[in-house]
Ligand binder design. Structure first.
Ligand SMILES: *Cc1c(COP(=O)(O)O)cnc(C)c1O
Length: 408
């Protein structure tokens, strides 16, 4: 596969102010050189093995399969990676690249805080300064992740402009980078943004797909479909990457169906009403109004409510190689509970969207076939949301007593 594409069909590109061209050119050159350098690849491999804990297992969900009675359900356990999700794969690759480029400082944007946590942890390990831009609203909503980032030694900077959420944090990070790239790397968190980020993030995440391919072969699985949730698209494109050029297996992206149809109720771009636009440096499909303003979105999972989608997935959706569907809040929470009960694993709410669709699909397919679902993260981070949904009274009592014990 070609590593560097610039455009994927009509999507992608590099729509940035002049001042950001030199750092993006330099990044592209450094990335291509690094990917051809055995010393860099060996260092990345050692971080993956000893720090992230790769390869992550491929679990046969035997109880879930028996319960559903159709195709075999396998789960790629990315949630067992250090820091609890796939985001560390990208942070590791870009962190090492930043060091190789002689940068001493890393900046990152974060919405729910997962990418901020992965970046902060990786920077701690690699001895890099880390600044994370985060909307003021998100800081309030995601206090636990702010705590973890600061524990890892990162500086979390509140963004007070616009809607004070992820897209404003991206703007702020870009602004920082335009003035700081001499000593700073911008560690973007998903497979989107101006080129070369979509290619770079896919390459660093494609370790998920390569491991899955080897693990499935080793067991002689007849894989009918791979299923992954899609926020910006990094876990999905990394999971799908080794299979894109062939016609099998089916590749299925699951978007957030939220509360159902209607503007503001979901984050369905491919399976909903995404429109062509150029936002934050790249051309893709976005949830926008008639004036091109990004629309508010909703999902129970904070990682799936981004209004845009990575350009390569948008393109693969257009050509039909990747199919898109959506799963709503309630079905995702039900899948989270189902896998916890049946398999003793707790999906992150994002990943539970993929889990829910895998269950639908397993019902339709024969027992000889296999479905592999990517559990992009584990659900520990979703304790507050899951407990509020599934056990509200006892949880409210606990929180009340906990707050009272502080005596303030
Ligand atoms: C951030 C996140 C996602 C969504 O991001 P992608 O770039 O679409 O992968 C999905 N799952 C988890 C666990 C996440 O933390």
């Amino acid at each position: 596969m070609k590593i560097y594409n610039d455009f994927f069909g009509e999507f992608g590109g590099r729509y940035v102010p002049e001042v950001l061209r030199p750092p993006l050119d330099a990044l592209e050159a450094a990335f291509l050189a690094a990917m051809g350098d055995p010393a860099f690849l060996a260092e990345l491999e050692s971080i993956r093995r000893d720090y992230i804990g790769r390869p992550t297992p491929l679990l046969f969900a035997s109880n879930a399969t028996r319960e559903i009675g159709g195709a075999q359900i396998y789960v790629k356990l990315e949630g067992l990676a250090n820091t609890g999700a796939h985001k560390i794969n990208n942070a590791a690759g870009q962190g090492l690249l930043a060091k190789r480029m002689g940068k001493r400082r890393v900046i990152a944007e974060t919405g729910a805080g997962q990418h901020g946590v992965a970046s902060a942890a990786m920077c701690a390990k690699l001895g890099l300064d880390c600044t994370v831009y985060m909307g003021e609203v998100d800081i309030r909503r995601q206090r636990p992740n702010v705590f973890w980032m600061e524990l890892y030694g990162a500086k979390v900077v509140p963004v007070t402009g616009g809607s004070r959420t992820l897209k404003d944090a991206v703007n702020e990070a870009m602004r920082d980078w335009a003035g700081s790239f001499a000593d700073t790397h911008y560690l973007l968190g998903s497979a989107l943004g101006p080129s070369p980020f979509p290619d770079m993030v896919r390459e660093f995440q494609s370790v998920i797909g390569r491991e899955t391919q080897a693990q499935a072969r080793e067991r002689g699985l007849d894989v009918a479909a791979l299923v992954a949730c899609v926020g910006g698209g990094s876990n999905a494109i990394g999971f799908f990457a080794p299979f894109i050029e062939s016609s099998e297996p089916r590749l299925i992206g699951v978007e957030a169906g939220g509360r159902g149809a209607g503007r503001g109720n979901n984050a369905a771009r491919m399976s909903g009403e995404g429109a062509l636009g150029v936002v934050q440096g790249y051309k893709s499909l976005f949830l926008m109004d008639e004036d091109g303003q990004l629309l508010p979105t909703h999902s129970v999972s904070a990682g799936l409510d981004y209004p845009g989608i990575g350009p390569q997935l948008a393109s693969l959706g257009r050509t039909g190689r990747v199919e898109f569907t959506s799963v709503g809040d309630l079905e995702a929470i039900e899948a989270l509970r189902f896998f916890a009960r049946e398999e003793g694993i707790v999906f992150a709410l994002e990943s539970a969207h993929a889990g829910a669709h895998a269950l639908r699909l397993a019902r339709e397919l024969p027992k000889e076939r296999a479905i592999v679902v990517n559990m992009s993260g584990r659900g520990d981070k979703d304790l507050f949301i899951a407990a509020r949904a599934l056990d509200p009274d006892a949880w409210a009592r606990f929180l009340g007593e906990e707050a009272a014990s502080y005596g303030r």
